[in-house]
Design a protein around this ligand. Structure first.
Ligand code: TXE
Length: 484
């Protein structure tokens, strides 16, 4: 049974164990502001034990047929699917997000990650290069060994499994650390792995702070590859540690994504989806659009309707079926978002709606609730428009020409995702081609196909996840040249 416990444990060598130090720190439910569980405060010695277990398990796991690995990983997917309800409940309590979102997006996608990569590995093949009459080269794609996976709090099990699944499918053993802000579903994943019959040591989950347990993973001399999703400044630090050790690195970092809305768009579809791309999960998705550029001829119409619909959004009890936005991930994060709202005003912006705290009576009195905010009147180069806020805050700006829209969208250090809204197919292609972004959605948002490359340009990261990109990241290519 995948039920949460008050004291979360590390999962090392197939067993649930406390941190070496025996120390714990608090796990807070951000919707109530109350401590409801305790997290092991792991350090380098715990990571070392996890590494040793992974190293011991590696010959068995990497030597197993892909068919067997496929079976175990798809069993894990089945277990996650079977326990969707308790997992979604745990995710909602841990992160403050609506249960409806966790049960329809986070947990289904976590199971899909394991299922997708379980089957992907059975179709994975490598290349050969023939020199006629002389030699044949073929490429072996071999697992890297023991790899590290570090994930953030915004989509806890979703992003944790997005890394772990391809790492395991390709035959690696893993030392993983979930965010200390939202560790519960990773703990439940340990129990699911035990139920699925994953051999001991293949996946090890170490809980704790980033600076301690996370840093120990990145610094470990024998952990040869690190896949990380999180903030850009953390990514910088990880790169600085790992690069001189010549580790493979996949860094999925921040975003400050533009939405380009042309006057010829399908207005209703654009409106409905832009509300989602702005405020889903409280804007705490790296793919959320936060800079909305609107062609001047429809600027006022769009602004007025967008503000009206934003004001209708329901903020509060994550377990109510009518809630659109739950709590932010923590009080500290809420305060960070609020500091940007103050900054926006100092920078000359007008808050058209939202940004105020929401008092939810009863159980949720101390929760980190904020009304979603829409701001206009800011310059493109102010901090509010250049820095990742990662909350329910968007800015609106008008543009006059296609060239101007592209220039405004690209005038930033980030480049993760962009959306383009137009009915003109030629314009859609032209603009998509010129946007400096790893992902462009035309007339849609968050339409995900797990086979596609996923990642950003500029300060949004290095490398790509998804499909073949992930399978390649977690394997080393070895060319074998045979002369005949
Ligand atoms: O993330 P961190 P934080 C952005 C967002 C947010 C900001 C900071 O703007 O406000 O980042 O969030 C682990 N070595 N995003 O501070 O610290 C940490 O324990 C190894 C965008 O919560 O980057 C956690 O498991 N690991 C983003 C993970 O890194 C370290 C999602 C992410 O935490 C470490 C989240 C270290 N030195 C935040 N320090 C997105 N793009 O999806 C921390 N960690």
């Amino acid at each position: 049974m995948l039920s949460p416990d008050k004291y979360i444990k590390n999962y090392i060598d197939g067993k649930l164990v406390p941190a070496d130090s025996g120390a714990y720190f608090d796990n807070v439910n951000p919707a109530t502001g109350k401590v409801y569980a305790h997290i092991p405060d792991s350090e380098a010695s715990d990571v070392q034990k996890a590494y040793e277990a992974a190293e011991r398990a590696f010959p068995l796991w990497s030597g197993m047929t892909t068919e067997k690995r496929y079976r175990i990983l798809s069993r894990l997917a089945d277990i996650i699917e079977q326990y969707t309800e308790p997992l979604a409940r745990a995710e909602s309590i841990d992160s403050g997000k609506p249960f409806s979102l966790a049960s329809t997006v986070d947990i289904p996608r976590s199971q899909a990650n394991f299922r997708f990569f379980a089957t992907a590995i059975t179709h994975f093949s490598s290349e050969s290069h023939h020199v006629p009459g002389e030699a044949i080269n073929f490429t072996l794609r071999q697992p890297v060994g023991v790899v590290g996976c570090i994930s953030p709090w915004n989509l806890p099990l979703y992003l944790f499994s997005w890394k772990i699944a391809p790492a395991l499918a390709t035959g690696n053993c893993v030392v993983a650390k979930p965010s200390e802000v939202t560790p519960m579903t990773a703990y439940l994943l340990s129990k699911a792995c035990m139920e699925a019959g994953l051999p001991a040591g293949v996946l090890n989950i170490v809980h704790g702070y980033g600076q301690k347990a996370g840093q120990a993973i990145v610094e470990h001399p024998k952990i040869k590859a690190v896949s990380f999703t999180g903030g850009t400044s953390t990514g910088k630090r990880i790169a600085a540690t790992a690069a001189p050790m010549f580790k493979k690195l996949s860094l999925e970092l921040g975003g400050k994504n533009p939405n380009l809305i042309f006057a010829d768009c399908d207005f209703e579809k654009t409106m409905v989806t832009t509300l989602k791309s702005s405020f889903s999960n409280n804007g705490q998705i790296c793919l959320c659009g936060s800079r909305i550029y609107i062609e001047r001829s429809i600027y006022e119409k769009f602004r007025d309707e967008f503000v009206k619909r934003t004001q209708f959004l329901k903020v509060g009890d994550p377990f109510s079926a009518v809630t659109d936005l739950g709590a932010l991930s923590s009080q500290a994060h809420k305060e960070k978002v609020q500091s940007y709202l103050q900054l926006a005003e100092v920078e000359g912006g007008t808050i058209l709606c939202g940004g105020t705290e929401v008092e939810v009576p009863g159980e949720y009195e101390g929760g980190a609730f904020l009304r979603p905010a829409v701001i206009e009147g800011l310059s493109n180069n102010c901090r509010t428009n250049q820095e990742e806020i990662f909350g329910p805050v968007v800015t609106l700006q008008p543009f006059d020409t296609e060239e101007e829209a592209i220039a405004l969208a690209n005038d930033i250090d980030y480049g993760l995702a962009a959306t383009v809204w137009t009915q003109d197919i030629s314009r859609a292609h032209r603009v998509a081609e010129k946007l400096q972004s790893g992902i462009v959605w035309v007339n849609c948002w968050m339409l995900r196909d797990l086979r596609t490359p996923f990642g950003g340009v500029k300060n949004s990261g290095v490398g790509r996840e998804g499909g073949l990109e992930a399978l390649r990241f977690f394997t080393e290519a070895k060319n074998v040249c045979v002369k005949y």
